[in-house]
Design a protein around this ligand. Structure first.
Ligand code: SIN
Ligand code: CO
Length: 412
């Protein structure tokens, strides 16, 4: 079992559990479509503007708390300051931070960002981006749960952007799908298919040189814009504005293969008995620098043997996909009180396949009733007290261990 990591500042959430949205129910979130229909018609295919996807939505965090969060070491934040084309806005230098800047255009500063390093509220054209808000703020975690009609293996995080009038990150494209949910004020989005991928030189952000918008929409609080990967977009705040971006993970094939192979081989050390190279037929050589053919064949055989173990690949994949995000620490907890239900910590990643259950980079084999209970926990992210009362001794022990590790908590 992984050793428990601790962090004083990682707060446990009091989020009310909610299971995933039923996939055949029509929902305002998707403009009166069901998740099934949305996925079939729009996902990875074409943009969708949804007016009042979340009527009455409130920002998951208030401005002053967001600014305080951006100052924390374990929170990923960025400040982007833009000088207006007229040159009328004065760009304030971020004190004490190394900033990559281009005179007269854009300035990017990576967090942690003290309140003093943020420009004044009445300065137009700046944006604060805070990544992974769902890991730190219960309301953001709850909001993200509504998008679990997409597999957790693809769902990444909720980023929030705070902008003053005219603020934005410039015309760009992302390699992932994104839902852009307006939660406060107004933002004017211009979007268009990506025809020219060239980026501006000498700017610290990826900004398109030739952005040709085809549509323009002003989003009010509650409105949402879905964009598939590779759609050019530029969102400019009209007055003070806050936007939540629900982003997705896009594994790159070679990177994923590399990670899986490394993990797969690590797992193999423990299950495969060592096979030592033998060369009783090696003749005396007058070319000692030459790699023997037999050794090349021995290596090829070893790799082929590894590839014949698909279970190893599945374990490695599940462990990699549930690996906690960098800078994530769990606060150790208490064993579960008798009669309690459980809910996963927002930072816990839990998934499963036909044979195994994965959580936070580890895997367990599970079948029968145990698998049913653990899969239910992965899908709902909570188990009621009545379900916990039915679990086997082995699952109970696992849940207790996870509670002590801070991976889950008693259900309030
Ligand atoms: C923003 O909210 O300012 C940027 C989000 C995005 O363009 O993906
Ligand atoms: Co974007």
């Amino acid at each position: 079992m992984k050793s428990t990591k601790t962090s004083a500042s990682a707060a446990a959430t009091q989020a009310t559990p909610a299971g995933p949205l039923p996939i055949d129910h029509i929902t305002p979130l998707l403009g009166g479509m069901s998740p099934e229909t949305f996925m079939r018609r729009y996902w990875q295919k074409k943009p969708l503007l949804i007016r009042q996807a979340m009527p009455g939505v409130r920002p998951p965090i208030e401005r002053s708390k967001l600014f305080a969060l951006a100052g924390q070491e374990e929170v990923e934040s960025r400040l982007i300051v833009r000088e207006h084309a007229t040159g009328s806005a004065v760009v304030k230098k971020s004190r004490g931070k190394a900033a990559v800047s281009t005179p007269g255009q854009w300035q990017l500063t990576h967090g942690p960002l003290s309140r003093r390093s943020l420009p004044p509220l009445d300065q137009p054209g700046w944006t604060l981006l805070v990544q992974g808000l769902d890991l730190h703020v219960p309301a953001a975690y709850d909001l993200l749960q509504q998008f679990r009609f997409v597999p957790d293996a693809r769902l990444d995080d909720l980023m929030i952007s705070y902008a003053t009038d005219g603020g934005g990150v410039g015309p760009h494209y992302d390699s992932y799908d994104v839902f852009l949910l307006q939660v406060h004020g107004q933002r004017r989005w211009r979007i268009g298919p990506l025809k020219d991928t060239r980026l501006q030189d000498d700017v610290p952000l990826k900004i398109l040189t030739h952005f040709v918008p085809e549509e323009e929409h002003v989003l009010e609080a509650g409105d949402m814009l879905y964009l598939p990967p590779g759609w050019a977009h530029d969102g400019i705040a009209q007055g003070e504005c806050m936007t939540c971006s629900i982003g997705f993970r896009v594994p790159e094939g070679t990177d994923l293969a590399r990670e899986v192979l490394i993990r797969w081989m690590e797992g193999m050390d423990t299950i495969d008995k060592p096979r030592l190279y033998q060369d009783p037929k090696q003749a005396a050589t007058s070319t000692p620098g030459l790699i023997p053919d037999a050794l090349r064949q021995f290596t090829a055989d070893a790799v082929a043997r590894l590839m014949k173990d698909p279970a190893g690949l599945q374990s490695a994949l599940g462990e990699i996909l549930t690996e906690p995000k960098p800078r994530i620490w769990f606060q150790s907890g208490e064993p579960l009180p008798d009669g309690a239900g459980v809910r996963l910590d927002p930072r816990t990643r839990m998934m499963y396949d036909e044979q195994r259950v994965f959580a936070n980079g580890e895997s367990w084999r599970a079948g029968g009733k145990d698998a049913r209970h653990l899969r239910q926990l992965a899908d709902q992210r909570f188990l009621t007290a009545s379900v916990v009362a039915q679990v086997s001794e082995a699952v109970r022990e696992l849940l207790n261990q996870w509670a002590e590790d801070g991976w889950l908590h008693p259900l309030a």
